[in-house]
Structure formats: C-alpha cells, structure tokens
Design a binder for this molecule. Structure first.
Ligand code: CU
Length: 153
C-alpha cells in the first residue's frame, strides 16, 4: 500500500470515528429529549390530578368532610343539618342523652340510611354521600317526634 493510500485510509478511519461519536451524541440527546418530554407529560398529569379537588363544585367530591349531629332526650342538634351534594361526609353522632337514640334518614328515591343505635353517652359515626340536592327528613326510630331535616345543597 502506497504512503498516500495509507494516509487516506487513516483519514477515512478518523472521519468515521468522528461521525460515529457525533451520531452517539445525537442519540443521547434524543434520549434526553424523550425522557424530558415524558417527565414533562407526567408533570402535567400530576398537576392536573393535584388541582382536581380544588375545582370542587365541578362534580368532583373532595376529601371526606366531617359534621357532628348530637342526639339528646329527645331531639337532634342541629335539627337542620346542611351538607353539600356529591360530597362524602362522616357524620359524627353523639348521644348526649340518657335514652337510646339513632338516625334513620330517608334520602332520594326513598333510599334509607340508618345509623347504629347509641345508648346514652355513646358516640360513633355514619358515612353519607348524597348526589341529589334536596331536603330529606330523618328521625330517631325510638322516639316519635324526634326528627330533623337534612338539607343537601
Ligand atoms: Cu331517640
């Protein structure tokens, strides 16, 4: 092989090496772009999910809310309990009287929601989530005339 040919061959090899290296760098750059765009999308999705509960009122039910309904001999306090529609509630129940009491609520479509029975001094809770706004009556099944109203806004 002539000297010229040897030089040319070396030059070609050098060029190929440089091209390979730049192709590798381009591939790495593409990889990073891909990773960044995936992370970017994940970030957008995470933000959307994080903001969703703040949108309240738009049909989404946020974290469970708590309200307390006290039972006495023989009435409920408050006698009118107001909650938001499509929102999950934990209704704290506390029997501050001597008599046993409970809550029987007739909701939309006559669906009923019943609490446990509570002896004097006992407390507990019941879960409640009503989607249809309206006014629904509740009573204590032990005592005629012991009742109240649930307003779902
Ligand atoms: Cu009662």
């Amino acid at each position: 092989m002539s000297y010229r040919k040897q030089v040319k061959k070396r030059q070609r090899t050098e060029r190929e090496k440089r091209e390979n290296a730049s192709a590798r760098r381009a591939a790495v750059r593409r990889g990073w772009l891909y990773a960044v765009s995936i992370l970017g999308m994940a970030g957008v999705v995470a933000v959307v999910f994080a903001l969703a509960p703040i949108g309240g009122g738009s049909g989404s039910s946020g974290p469970e809310q708590s309200v307390v309904l006290t039972m006495r001999d023989n009435n409920f306090e408050p006698s009118v309990l107001t909650i938001k529609a499509a929102q999950s509630y934990k209704i704290g129940l506390w029997n501050q009287g001597q008599n046993p009491h409970n809550v029987w609520l007739v909701g939309p479509n006559r669906k009923d929601y019943r609490s446990d029975d509570y002896a004097g001094g006992e407390s507990g809770s019941m879960k409640l989530k009503i989607d249809e706004p309206g006014e629904y009556g509740f009573v204590c099944t032990f005592h005629a005339g012991m009742g109240g109203q649930l307003v779902v806004e």
